[in-house]
Design a protein around this ligand. Structure first.
Ligand code: TPP
Ligand code: MG
Length: 888
C-alpha cells in the first residue's frame, strides 16, 4: 500500500528541522527562513517530488498579529455608527415590503459585509479632490441597501428617498442594485449580474495604468476596489481575467471577496473550503493573497495552542461545518468543533457557550480588516485579494443567521426586530418597532460628527458619479475626404475603409491620442497590423525581446506607451477594456474614443450581458463588428457567420447600430457618432458592421448624409410615372449590391423598373417608426405624423422588397411602416462554408431571388401575370423544390 507522504514517520527528526528553522527565524529573520525554504523546495522538486500544498497556507490569517497595522480610530464609535447603518439598511428593505410585499430586496448579504465596507469608508476609499481623482469601488450588487443606508446617515440621501427603494417609475426612487443609468450621479458600476464586477474592475485597473503610461491621466495612488461574493467567484467572468491582473502587476487593484460561505441556495463549498480554494487560484495567478479568517477573539486561543492542534482542527473542518457553528450555537460548536480533541476542549473550558458563539470571524473584526486593507493598499508589484471570512445574515439570529434560506430573508418578525435592535443597541422603543423607523442621530451628535469628519478627510461622500465632461473638438467630415471621394476602379472592403478612417482620426491633433484601437487577437484579420508599428501595442513591461519580424515594416512592436490594446483571445476581456475606455470620460475625467474591432459573431452573442451593462454605464465608443454577414464571411462556416448581431444589438436601448454598404456611408456614420457622443454628449454607443468583401467604393452622392444617418436613402431613382411595372428594392450591407444587380435583371429580362434604397439601419428605422406611431396613438385628434419610412416610401410606386445578409427578422422590423406590399429576404438558418455566390443562392438572397421576389410581389398586385414569375424561376435555374435553408 502506498504511504501518505504527509504521514510523520520520524517525529524526532521532524522536530529537529522545526527547531532549526525556528532558530533561523529568531536569529536571522523571516526573510532568511523564506530564502532557505525556497532553496530547499527547488532542491526537492529536482527529484520529481511534488510539493502539494506549496500554493496554500494553513487556514489562518495571513497577517500575523505582530505585523497587523493598528486601526487608529474609535472602535466603539464606529461600531455604533455601523450598527445604525445595519439597522437602516434592514429597515429600508422591510419598509418597501411592508408597503407592497412584492418589491423584494436583500438583508443578509450586507449584514455579512458591513464591516468590510465600513472600514473602507472610514479609512481607505478616497473621493475625488483637487489633488487626485478618487478611488473606484465596485460594490456587490445586493449589498446596495447598506450603501444607501450610509449615504442616508452622511446626509446625501433623504428618508423620502430611502422610502422609494425599488420604486423607480416616478424617476426619483432608489434602484434595486447599482445602476448608473437610473442613478447617474451616484452609482458608477453595474455589478449585480454576477461576475461582471470583477471582470470590469480588472480592466479598469488595467486601463488606469494604460492612461498613466501614455501620459493621458495620472494614476497617482488611486485604487480600484472590487467587492464580490464568494458564490460569485464561481462565474467564469470573475476568475477569467485574474491572470491578466497578475501578469500586468496591477497593484492598483484590490479584490475583497466576502466569504460568508453561502450563496443563494446553500453553501458555496460545503465539502471544502472556499477561502483555501480561492487562495490557491489567486496565488497561482500571481496575486498577493491576504486571508482574514479569524477575528481577534481567537487570538488568545491560538496563543494557548502550543502543538498546532487548533490550527489542525481549523484545517480539517469544512465550510458546511463552519456554517453550522454559526447557524446553531456555541454549545454545538464546543461539542463538534472543539470536542473532536480533548486538548481543544480544555482550551475553551473557561468560555461560556455564548463566548464561544462570539468567537468572531475575521471579516467582522474591524481591526483585522483594517490591517488587511492597510497591507493591501501599501503592497506594490501585485494585485491583492482579501479573502474575508464572514457570516451570512450576521446579526439576524434565529431569523436567518447562516441559514440556507438566509439570502431570501426580506423581513423580520417583531421578535426578530427586537433581537436585532438589542444586539446592535439601536435606540428605538418597543412601541415604535413595528413601523421599523429609520434612525439618524441629531446632526450635532458625536456619531454624526465623527462620520462626517471621516468622510470629509477622505474627499467626501461616496459613491459619486460624474456624468459631465469637456466636449471634444471633432474634425469636420471633410477630413475623411479620401474615403468620401470613392476608390474609382479599385476594389476595397468596408473594413479596409474603416482602417483608413481610423488612421486618419488617429492623426488628428485634437482627438488622435484619445483613440483607443482594441483587438482580441484579430488585427491581422482586419488589416490593422500596420498599427502595430505605427502606434505600438500597449505593454506595461515594454518589449523585452526582439520580435522575429523586426526586418518588416509592420513588425510586432510592444511598447509601454503603445496605443493599441491587443487583449489576446479574450472577447470578454477586450470588451471590458473597451468599457473602461468608453467610461473614462467619467472615471478618469479623460474622454477616450475606443474602437473595439472583433468578429461580429463573437460580439453581442458571446458577451451580450456586458453589452447590456455598457448601456447602463453610458459607455461612449464604437463597436466594430468585422467580417459581418452570414454569406459575406463565406469560408468560415457555421460558428463564424453572423446573421443576427444586429438583432441582438437592437435589444440594447441606447446602442445605435448600422450596417453600411459603402465607405462613404461608414465615414458619415463614424463622424456622426463622434459628434453625438463627444460633442452633444448623448449617452449612447455605436455598433457598426464592416465587411471583408471587396468592391468599388463610389463617391458620396449629394445630399445623402441625412438619409444615411436616419437609416435609409434613395440611391437610384429609376422609376418613371408612366409605368406600373415598378418596384422598390431595399438592401443593406453587401446585399445591397445584389439588389442593384437584381434591378438590372428586372429591367433587362422583364421590363420592370426598380428604385434602389440603401438601408443603413433597419434598427434605427424601427425605433423612429415606433416612436412616431406611439405619438399618433396618444394624440388621436392631431394630424398624424409620418414615420421616416413612410415619408420615404409614400408616393413611390410598387411593392417593396428588402434583402439583407441577416435574418429576415432584421428587415421585417419596419413592416408596420411600409405602405403596401412588403417582402423580405434574409439569411435564416445555420451558416456553412462555400463561395459567396453559392451561399447567397443557398440562403436565397442573391440577385436572382431578389428578382423573383420582386416579380412575385408584382404578380400578387396583379401588375404582371404569375407566369412571369415561373418564367423567372426557370430562367435563373431556381429549384422550387429546394429545401428551406432554415431547416437545414
Ligand atoms: C449572473 C447572475 N446569476 C444569478 C444571479 C442571482 N443571484 C443574486 S445574488 C446570488 C447569490 C450570491 O451569492 P454570493 O456571491 O456568495 O453573495 P452573498 O450574498 O453571499 O454575499 C445569486 C445567485 C445574479 N444576480 N447574476
Ligand atoms: Mg456568499
Amino acid at each position: 500500500m502506498e504511504r501518505d507522504p504527509l504521514t510523520d514517520i520520524d517525529p524526532v527528526e521532524s522536530e529537529e528541522w522545526i527547531e532549526a528553522i525556528n532558530s533561523v527565524i529568531e536569529t536571522e529573520g523571516v526573510e532568511r527562513a523564506q530564502y532557505l525554504l525556497q532553496r530547499l523546495s527547488t532542491k526537492v522538486t529536482e527529484t520529481g517530488a511534488q510539493l502539494p500544498y506549496a500554493i496554500n497556507t494553513p487556514y489562518r490569517n495571513t497577517i500575523p498579529i505582530s505585523k497587523e497595522a493598528r486601526m487608529p480610530g474609535d472602535l466603539f464609535m464606529e461600531r455604533s455608527i455601523r450598527s445604525l447603518i445595519r439597522w437602516n439598511a434592514m429597515a429600508m428593505v422591510m419598509r418597501a415590503n411592508l408597503k407592497d410585499g412584492t418589491l423584494g430586496g436583500h438583508i443578509s448579504s450586507f449584514q455579512s459585509s458591513a464591516t468590510l465596507y465600513d472600514v473602507g469608508f472610514n479609512y481607505f476609499f478616497r473621493g475625488t479632490t483637487e489633488e487626485q481623482l478618487g478611488d473606484l469601488i465596485y460594490i456587490q450588487g445586493h449589498s446596495a441597501p447598506g450603501i444607501y443606508a450610509r449615504s442616508f446617515l452622511e446626509g446625501s440621501l433623504s428618508e423620502e428617498q430611502l422610502d422609494k427603494f425599488r420604486q423607480e417609475v416616478d424617476g426619483d426612487g432608489l434602484s434595486s442594485y447599482p445602476h448608473p443609468w437610473l442613478m447617474p450621479d451616484y452609482w458608477q458600476f453595474p455589478t449585480v449580474s454576477m461576475g461582471l464586477g470583477p471582470l470590469q474592475a480588472i480592466y479598469q485597473a488595467h486601463i488606469m495604468k494604460y492612461l498613466d503610461n501614455r501620459g493621458l491621466a495620472s494614476r497617482g495612488s488611486r485604487k480600484v476596489w472590487c467587492f464580490a461574493g464568494d458564490g460569485e467567484m464561481d462565474e467564469p467572468e470573475s476568475q477569467g481575467a485574474i491572470a491578466l491582473a497578475g501578469r500586468e502587476n496591477l497593484d492598483n487593484l484590490i479584490f475583497v471577496v466576502n466569504c460568508n460561505l453561502q450563496r443563494l441556495d446553500g453553501p458555496v463549498r460545503g465539502n471544502g473550503k472556499i477561502i483555501q480554494e480561492l487562495e490557491g487560484v489567486f496565488r497561482g495567478a500571481g496575486w498577493n493573497v491576504i486571508k482574514v479568517v479569524w477575528g481577534r477573539q481567537w487570538d488568545p486561543l491560538f496563543e494557548k495552542d502550543k502543538f498546532g492542534l487548533l490550527q489542525q482542527r481549523m484545517d480539517e473542518a469544512v465550510d458546511g461545518e463552519y456554517q453550522n457553528y454559526k447557524s446553531r450555537s456555541g454549545g454545538y460548536t464546543r461539542e463538534h468543533f472543539f470536542g473532536k480533541y480533548p486538548e481543544l476542549l480544555k482550551i475553551v473550558e473557561d468560555l461560556t457557550d455564548e463566548d464561544i458563539f462570539r468567537l468572531n470571524r475575521g471579516g467582522h473584526d474591524p481591526y483585522k480588516v483594517y490591517a488587511a486593507y492597510e497591507a493591501a493598499t501599501t503592497h506594490t508589484g501585485q494585485p491583492t485579494v482579501i479573502l474575508a471570512k464572514t457570516v451570512k445574515g450576521y446579526g439576524l439570529g434565529p431569523a436567518g443567521e447562516a441559514q440556507n434560506y438566509t439570502h431570501s430573508v426580506k423581513k423580520l418578525d417583531l421578535e426578530g426586530l427586537k433581537d436585532f435592535r438589542d444586539r446592535f443597541d439601536i435606540p428605538i422603543s418597543d412601541a415604535e418597532l413595528e413601523k421599523v423607523p429609520y434612525y439618524r442621530p441629531p446632526e450635532d451628535s458625536t456619531e454624526m460628527r465623527y462620520l462626517k469628519q471621516r468622510r470629509s478627510s477622505l474627499g467626501g461622500s461616496l459613491p459619486r458619479r460624474k456624468s459631465d465632461f469637456e466636449a471634444l473638438q471633432i474634425p469636420p467630415l471633410s477630413m475623411l475626404e479620401s474615403v468620401l471621394k470613392g476608390t474609382g476602379d479599385r476594389q476595397i472592403s468596408t473594413t479596409m475603409a474603416f482602417v483608413r478612417i481610423l488612421s486618419t482620426l488617429i492623426k488628428d491633433k485634437q482627438i488622435g491620442e484619445r483613440i483607443v484601437p482594441i483587438v482580441p487577437d484579430e488585427a491581422r484579420t482586419f488589416g490593422m497590423e500596420g498599427m502595430f508599428r505605427q502606434l505600438g501595442i500597449y505593454s506595461s513591461g515594454g518589449q523585452l525581446y526582439e520580435p522575429t519580424d523586426t526586418d518588416q515594416i509592420m513588425y510586432y512592436r510592444e511598447d509601454k506607451k503603445g496605443q493599441v490594446l491587443e487583449e489576446g483571445i479574450n472577447e470578454g476581456g477586450a470588451f471590458a477594456a473597451w468599457l473602461a475606455a468608453a467610461t473614462s470620460y467619467s472615471n478618469n475625467e479623460t474622454p477616450l474614443i475606443p474602437f473595439y474591432v472583433f468578429y461580429s459573431m463573437f460580439g453581442f452573442q458571446r458577451i451580450g450581458d456586458l453589452c447590456w451593462a455598457a448601456g447602463d454605464l453610458q459607455a461612449r465608443g464604437f463597436l466594430m463588428g468585422g467580417t459581418s454577414g452570414r454569406t459575406t464571411l463565406n469560408g468560415e462556416g457555421l460558428q463564424h457567420q453572423d446573421g443576427h448581431s444586429h438583432i441582438l444589438a437592437s435589444t440594447v436601448p441606447n446602442c445605435v447600430s448600422y450596417d453600411p454598404t459603402y465607405a462613404y456611408e461608414l465615414a458619415v456614420i463614424i463622424r456622426q457618432g463622434l459628434q453625438e457622443m463627444y460633442v452633444e454628449k448623448l449617452p449612447r454607443y455605436y455598433y457598426i458592421t464592416i465587411m471583408n468583401e471587396n468592391y468599388e467604393q463610389p463617391a458620396i452622392p449629394d445630399g445623402v448624409e441625412e438619409g444615411i444617418l436616419r437609416g435609409m436613402y434613395c440611391l437610384q431613382k429609376n422609376a418613371v410615372k408612366t409605368s406600373k411595372k415598378v418596384v422598390q428594392l431595399l438592401g443593406s450591407g453587401t446585399i445591397l449590391r445584389e439588389s442593384i444587380a437584381a434591378s438590372e435583371l428586372l429591367q433587362k429580362d422583364f421590363g420592370v423598373t426598380a428604385d434602389i434604397w440603401s438601408v443603413t439601419s433597419f434598427n434605427e428605422l424601427r425605433r423612429e417608426g415606433l416612436s412616431v406611431h406611439r405619438w399618433n396613438m396618444l394624440h388621436p385628434q392631431e394630424k398624424p405624423r409620418l414615420s421616416y419610412v413612410e415619408e420615404c416610401l409614400t408616393g413611390v410606386s410598387g411593392p417593396v422588397i428588402a434583402a439583407t445578409d441577416y435574418m429576415k427578422a432584421y428587415a421585417d422590423q419596419i413592416r408596420e411602416f411600409v405602405p403596401g406590399l412588403y417582402s423580405v429576404l434574409g439569411t435564416d438558418g445555420f451558416g456553412r462554408s462555400d463561395t459567396r455566390e453559392r451561399l447567397r443562392k443557398f440562403f436565397e438572397v442573391d440577385r436572382y431571388y431578389i428578382t423573383v421576389a420582386a416579380l412575385s410581389a408584382l404578380a400578387q398586385e396583379n401588375v404582371i401575370d404569375a407566369a412571369q414569375v415561373t418564367k423567372a424561376i426557370e430562367l435563373y435555374g431556381i429549384d422550387p423544390g429546394k429545401p428551406d435553408p432554415v431547416t437545414l
